[in-house]
Design a protein around this ligand. Structure first.
Ligand code: SF4
Length: 422
C-alpha cells in the first residue's frame, strides 16, 4: 500500500509518525509525499489550542477530498473527541493516544512484536514532514496538572521508554544518515522518574554508547533541572540550546497556572545555565491573557521577560480548553486584550532575540542544512540551524541538504542570518 503520514503540533507527534513510517516500511509498504498518491493515510492530531483542533479536522477533510478512502485518525484531538473524529469523511480507524504505539500493527493486523527486532534505517518522511534531524520519542504523558494544559488530559500519566529502546531508535536514525538527534516527550524532564533515573542518565548513556554528532533536548520544565544538570554540556555534542517554558513572569499568575516554579527559581536556573554553557540560547513559551491576569500582573510578566533577555520564544494567547481547570476560572480576559498582550510580549522577545543573534555576526559556526530550494541557474538556497538554534541561510552551487558546513555569519536578515559557506 501507499501510505501518507500527516501530523500537526509538537515534535512528539513528528517523532511518532517517524516511527510509524519505519514500521510501515518494515511491513513492506511505501510512504508517499502527498495524499493524492496514497491508498491510506494517518493523521496525528493536536488539541493544544482551539486553532490546532480545527486545523486537525481540516487536514482529515483535505485528505479525504484528495481521494484517500481509508484514514486513521490518532493523536490528542482524536483521543479527546473520538466520536467527532469518527464522523469525519473516510475515517476508518480511531486510535487513541494510549494505543498509538500499536497503530501500525493494529491497522495491518500484525502481532505487535512484528517491529520489535527489525532494525531498519530511518528514512526522512517524504513531503512536508521531511526532516534532517531525527525526533526521538523518549517519554509520554505527564503527572502535572498545569491548569491551562489539555495535553496532560489527552496523553495520560507520565511514562518513560527504556534506554535500550531509545538507543535502538537513535542508532536507526544514525544508520539512516541523521546528523542531529532531538529528544522529545510530553514532559521530557521527567524521563526516568518511573524507574528511579533522571534525564541526565539518558543523555550520558546516549553520549557514551552511540556515535551521534549532535544531540538536542526539546522543551524542559524548569523544575526538573538543577545547576548540576548543565555540567553535561562539557560534551560539545550537546547543543547549547535550552527551551524552558516560563508561561508567566508573575508569581501570582504562576500559582493560578499550578506551575511548579517561581520567578526567583527560574532566574536562578537561567543564571546557572548561562554560567555553565558558553553562548547558550535560552528560549521560552509564554501565555498571554491567562484568566484573572490583571494589568499589574501583566506588567510583572513583561518586566521579567525583559530581564530574562531570552534568545527567542513563542507567545500563545490563552485558549480555554474544555476540561481544564483554567477554562472554569473567573476573570477570563477579553480575546482582544489577550491578543494585545501577546503582541507586546512577542515584540519584547523579538528585541532580545535580535540582540542575541547580532552577537554572532562575524563569527563562523557549524550549520546543519534542513531545507534546500533551487533559486536560479547558479545555485541553491539552503536554510539550517546552528547548535544554539540560530536560523541561517546561504547559497551553494549544489544542494547541501543534511550536510554540516562551517558558515561565516555575515549579516542579519528577517529572523534569519545570511552567511557564506567556508
Ligand atoms: S508540565 Fe504542565 S504544561 Fe507540561 S505537559 Fe505537563 S501539565 Fe502540560
Amino acid at each position: 500500500m501507499k501510505i501518507f503520514l500527516d501530523t500537526i503540533g509538537c515534535r512528539l507527534n513528528q517523532a511518532e509518525i517517524e516511527t510509524m513510517s519505519r514500521q510501515f516500511r518494515v511491513a513492506g509498504h511505501e510512504i508517499v509525499a502527498s495524499a493524492d498518491r496514497a491508498d491510506m493515510a494517518v493523521v496525528n492530531t493536536c488539541a493544544v489550542t482551539t486553532q490546532a483542533a480545527s486545523d486537525s479536522r481540516g487536514k482529515v477533510r483535505a485528505i479525504a477530498r484528495a481521494g484517500v478512502s481509508e484514514i486513521a485518525a490518532t493523536g490528542c484531538w482524536t483521543t479527546l473527541q473520538p466520536k467527532e473524529a469518527a464522523s469525519l469523511p473516510n475515517v476508518k480507524y480511531i486510535i487513541t493516544n494510549e494505543k498509538k504505539d500499536l497503530l501500525v500493527s493494529e491497522i495491518l493486523g500484525l502481532p505487535k512484536e512484528s517491529f520489535d527486532h527489525e532494525p531498519i534505517d530511518r528514512v526522512p518522511i517524504p513531503g512536508l514532514h521531511r526532516r534532517t534531524r531525527a525526533f526521538i520519542k523518549v517519554q509520554d504523558g505527564c503527572d502535572n496538572q498545569c491548569t491551562f494544559c489539555i495535553t496532560t488530559l489527552a496523553r495520560g500519566e507520565g511514562r518513560s521508554r527504556h534506554i535500550g529502546d531509545v538507543i535502538r531508535d537513535v542508532n536507526s536514525a544514525l544508520a539512516g544518515g541523521s546528523k542531529e538527534i532531538v529528544l522529545t516527550g510530553v514532559h521530557l524532564g521527567s524521563w526516568g522518574n518511573d524507574f528511579g533515573l533522571h534525564l541526565r542518565d539518558l543523555v550520558k548513556a546516549l553520549l557514551q554508547d552511540t556515535d551521534l554528532r549532535r544531540l538536542r533536548l526539546s522543551s524542559l520544565e524548569p523544575w526538573d533541572l538543577d545547576a548540576d544538570f548543565f555540567s553535561l554540556w562539557e560534551d560539545a555534542r550537546l547543543m547549547p540550546h535550552l527551551h524552558l517554558p516560563l508561561q508567566s513572569g508573575s508569581d501570582s499568575t504562576l500559582k493560578r497556572m499550578a506551575r511548579k516554579t517561581t520567578t526567583d527559581s527560574f532566574r536562578e536556573l537561567v543564571d546557572a545555565a548561562r554560567a555553565a554553557i558558553c553562548d547558550v540560547a535560552v528560549t521560552t513559551d509564554l501565555i498571554a491573557g491567562f484568566p484573572g491576569e490583571t494589568e499589574a500582573e501583566f506588567a510583572e510578566t513583561l518586566g521579567f521577560v525583559t530581564e530574562m533577555n531570552f534568545s527567542g520564544g513563542h507567545v500563545f494567547s490563552y485558549s480555554p480548553r474544555p476540561g481544564t481547570g483554567a477554562a472554569r476560572m473567573k476573570g477570563q480576559v477579553k480575546p482582544e486584550l489577550r491578543k494585545k498582550r501577546n503582541r507586546i510580549l512577542q515584540e519584547s522577545i523579538e528585541r532580545s532575540a535580535r540582540s542575541y543573534r547580532e552577537r554572532f555576526i562575524g563569527k563562523s559556526m557549524p550549520v546543519l542544512w534542513e531545507s534546500t530550494t533551487e533559486y536560479d541557474e547558479f545555485g541553491w538556497r539552503m536554510e539550517g540551524w546552528t547548535g544554539n538554534y540560530l536560523r541561517v541561510s546561504a547559497t551553494a552551487p549544489s544542494p547541501r541538504w543534511n550536510e554540516l558546513d562551517n558558515v561565516f555569519l555575515q549579516e542579519m536578515g528577517e529572523g534569519v542570518i545570511r552567511g557564506e559557506i567556508h
